[in-house]
Each structure stands twice: as structure tokens, then as C-alpha cells.
Design a protein around this ligand. Structure first.
Ligand SMILES: C[S@@+](CC[C@H](N)C(=O)[O-])C[C@H]1O[C@@H](n2cnc3c(N)ncnc32)[C@H](O)[C@@H]1O
Length: 263
């Protein structure tokens, strides 16, 4: 009884401290972030001072908590990987709704592994590879692999440099933000390698599209997530590289966000 009341008292104090820290950082805005943080407080293995410091440094709530829901899973994450985004969930949902069966999947730029792992759960007989140039991202992705029975093969690769097989489905959410937008404060806690690309954000998409047909089986599909203003460039690239049945789809905000092409 006493123990319970002590625990309650400590929690109340902690919550008060967190609320104060939050208020001095965000004022009365972004209350949903605060609620999410408080809700997850019992699961965070950090002391209260560390959490308060992180709030003061404007660290995203997802990184403070250290995990984040994505589609049908929950992904551990840190400052070495992109925080999985709802627009990527829309792409996953589209794939799952339109691709009935698939024997082999390659996720390029896997980050936390969220795309590869979610697809491995659905296409549970499929061979799934997830690659990233960042060794630290691969470490995070491997930590998330426990939630699928159809284990993903995660390894380092600079796009296709270490890929030897062909796949029926290649999917990628590559960096696509132009360096000119690098000043956006909301992005400063995520890795540069996950966000920015040269040539107005197009250089990685170009690299992938130019080589993808060498790693796709005939009839295979290429899905690429991109910026809302990059549709025309992506479609042109697909067309110039021998792809057919090119289509672009919108995210939940109604922005043209990912494109599909078939070989
Ligand atoms: C936008 S993040 C996507 C992460 C994850 N797939 C997701 O959707 O949340 C892009 C990822 O591409 C990786 N990346 C950047 N350049 C790369 C390259 N040359 N080869 C392989 N991966 C790369 C980054 O490390 C990062 O994990």
C-alpha cells in the first residue's frame, strides 16, 4: 500500500517536471506530443533528468520514447534512423492491397527496417532483403527483426553495390529533400543521410531508377516514395528507363507521394 502511494507520488512529481519542461519548450502547442510522452513514460528506460534535457534540446518525442508505431508494428529507433512516417504507411498499404503474391522483396535504404519488416509479415513466404549504406541503421533494423517470423536479411549496401539477386518487388523511401531545405529545424534531429539528396533532391531517386531494371525480374514492380513536387521528374525517369504502367499515388494529406512502375 505504502509502496503504491510512494510510486504514485514519484510519478506525479515526474509528470509535473515533464509538463513544465514541455511548456517552456513548446508553450501550449503540441499537446499531443506531451500526452504521448506521458503515456509511454513507464516504458522509457531513462531517468527523468535525461528526459527533461531531451525536451529542452527539442528532441523529437519519438526519439525520447525510443520507439514508434508503424503500420502493424512498433519500431525501436534512435538518432541514426528516420522516424517512420505516415506517408510511408500509405505506400505499404497500397502494395499490400494491390500485390497479391510476391516471392522476393528488396527494400533500399531500409533505416529502421519498417518497410521490409511490414512486407515480410504479409508476404510470409517471400525472401526479403533490407539494405542501407549506414551501418548504424542496419543495427537498428536488426533489433526490429524480432517482430516478424519471416526474418529479413539486413545488410550494408550503397544502393545496389552489394546486391546479387533479382527481385519481384523493389521498394524504396530514399532521401529526397533538396539541400536548400536543410535549414528546416524540424529535421535537425534525424540523420542527414536519410533526408537530403543532391540535384534538387533527385540524385538518389535517379541512381536507383537507372539501375533497378538490372535487379528486377521481368514483370517486377518498383515503388519509390518521393517529394510531393517530384512526380513529373520521377515519371519521366521511369519512362526513360524502360518501365511501363507508371502511376503516382497520394498520401493522406492528398499530396502526390509515391510512384509505381512495372518492368
Ligand atoms: C528516408 S530514409 C528511409 C528509412 C526507412 N526506409 C523508412 O521509410 O522509414 C532513407 C534511408 O536511405 C539510406 N541511404 C541513404 N543513402 C544511401 C545509399 N547510398 N545506399 C543505401 N542506403 C542509403 C539512409 O541511411 C536512410 O536509412
Amino acid at each position: 500500500m505504502l509502496k503504491n502511494s510512494q510510486k504514485l507520488k514519484i510519478n506525479k512529481e515526474q509528470i509535473k517536471e515533464i509538463k513544465q519542461s514541455w511548456r517552456s519548450q513548446y508553450g501550449d502547442t503540441y499537446q499531443e506530443g506531451l500526452h504521448f510522452l506521458i503515456e509511454h513514460l513507464p516504458n522509457i528506460s531513462k531517468d527523468i533528468k535525461e528526459i527533461v534535457d531531451e525536451i529542452a534540446k527539442n528532441k523529437p518525442v519519438q526519439q525520447i520514447i525510443g520507439e514508434w508505431p508503424f503500420y502493424d508494428g512498433t519500431y525501436v529507433l534512435d538518432e541514426n534512423v528516420l522516424i517512420p512516417r505516415p506517408e510511408t504507411e500509405v505506400m505499404i498499404h497500397h502494395i499490400i492491397s494491390h500485390v497479391k503474391s510476391c516471392k522476393s522483396i528488396l527494400d533500399l535504404g531500409t533505416g529502421s527496417g519498417c518497410i521490409a519488416i511490414e512486407l515480410s509479415k504479409i508476404y510470409f513466404n517471400s525472401r526479403v532483403h533490407g539494405v542501407d549504406k549506414s551501418y548504424k541503421a542496419i543495427e537498428v533494423a536488426k533489433k526490429n527483426n524480432h517482430q516478424t517470423l519471416n526474418k529479413v536479411n539486413f545488410y550494408n549496401s550503397d544502393w545496389f553495390s552489394n546486391i546479387e539477386d533479382k527481385f519481384q518487388l523493389i521498394v524504396s523511401n530514399p532521401p529526397y529533400i533538396a539541400y536548400e531545405n536543410a535549414k528546416d529545424k524540424s529535421l535537425m534531429h534525424e540523420p542527414e543521410i536519410a533526408l537530403f539528396a543532391k540535384n534538387e533532391g533527385m540524385s538518389d531517386i535517379e541512381h536507383i531508377t537507372l539501375r533497378a531494371k538490372n535487379f528486377l525480374e521481368l514483370g517486377g514492380r518498383l515503388y519509390i516514395e518521393h517529394g510531393h513536387d517530384q512526380k513529373n521528374k520521377v515519371q519521366k525517369l521511369f519512362k526513360n528507363n524502360g518501365f511501363r504502367d507508371i502511376e503516382t499515388f497520394k498520401d493522406l494529406a492528398g499530396k502526390e507521394r509515391f510512384s509505381l512502375a512495372k518492368l
